[in-house]
Design a protein around this ligand. Structure first.
Ligand code: ADP
Ligand code: MG
Length: 254
């Protein structure tokens, strides 16, 4: 077992009309862990990330980060506490360069204007360059993000989460739609970041990706937590297999 709880959810509840998208979920992410969050399409994974990061107001329960209650915080406040995320749909500024995208992400919750990064201090430029190198984007530092492949944009997005030196990052399908070579790169970089002390929570469809990387896996089904254990425990859990491969389950690629 790794360190103490960095992120904790207690009875997290989120409804959309009559639908309970996240149904009283208890979970914990410990310092230093890589935790997978899996479940069939529509099981509430993205909604749970949205609750954690303040994109959605929860309808019940509480969320603690570093032992402090962040349930009612705004997204920028949560980001400032050291919790970063990516989105299922890639969000980079295609008309800005790789460097500009990285510098802008640093401004999260501050004054995100174009002018602010033209005056960004030297160390931030160095940091952007270092992160771009780390993610194999160094040769594209001054290219517009719009020319990057989908996989490279995923890497850039990962870089944008790293700029503010977060303690925890949540990645929502960071490998969807990208080629196998880049998937290996992302896997490798995630391990490296974790080795440097970063804690991660990952939503992924690829069970192999999850079991290669994660210390622990949380499984959602119809908004409820159905399992929580090591990758081996999850892979031999009858209820999980049924949800994934049973008649009305089925893994999804949406
Ligand atoms: P997952 O990420 O596991 O595929 P989601 O969290 O996106 O699932 O969705 C969980 C459920 O909540 C789905 O039934 C989805 O249709 C519904 N849902 C998600 N976001 C909204 C929203 N903004 N408004 C209404 N329903 C939503
Ligand atoms: Mg999703």
């Amino acid at each position: 077992m790794n360190g103490s709880a960095l992120l904790e959810g207690r009875g997290v509840l989120k409804r959309f009309g009559g639908l309970c998208a996240v149904d009283k979920v208890d979970f914990q992410v410990n310092e230093g862990e890589i935790v997978g969050l899996i479940g069939p399409n529509g099981s509430g994974k993205t909604t749970l990330f949205n609750c954690i990061t303040g994109v959605h107001e929860v309808d019940g329960g509480e969320i603690l980060f570093k032992g402090e209650d962040i349930t009612d915080d705004q997204p920028y406040q949560i980001a400032r506490r050291g919790l970063a995320r990516t989105f299922q749909v890639i969000r980079v500024y295609r008309d800005l360069t790789v460097e500009e995208n990285l510098l802008l992400s640093r401004q999260w919750g501050e004054v995100p204007t174009i002018r602010s990064f033209t005056r960004a201090d030297r160390s931030l430029h160095d940091k952007a360059a270092e992160i771009a190198d780390f993610l194999l984007l160094g040769h594209h530092l001054y290219d517009k993000a719009g020319i990057l492949s989908g996989g490279q944009r995923r890497l850039l997005e990962l870089g944008m989460t790293l700029m503010p030196d977060p303690d925890l990052i949540l990645l929502d399908e960071a490998t969807s739609g990208i080629n196998p070579t880049l998937i290996e790169t992302i896997k490798d970089r995630i391990r490296e970041m974790n080795g440097r002390g970063l804690t991660l929570m990952l939503v992924e469809h690829d069970i192999r990706f999850i079991s290669d990387l994660c210390d622990r896996v949380i499984v959602l089904n119809y908004g409820k937590k159905m399992a929580d254990g090591t990758p081996d425990e999850i892979k031999s859990d009858e209820a999980v297999l049924e949800a994934y491969f049973g008649d009305d389950g089925g893994s999804d690629d949406a």
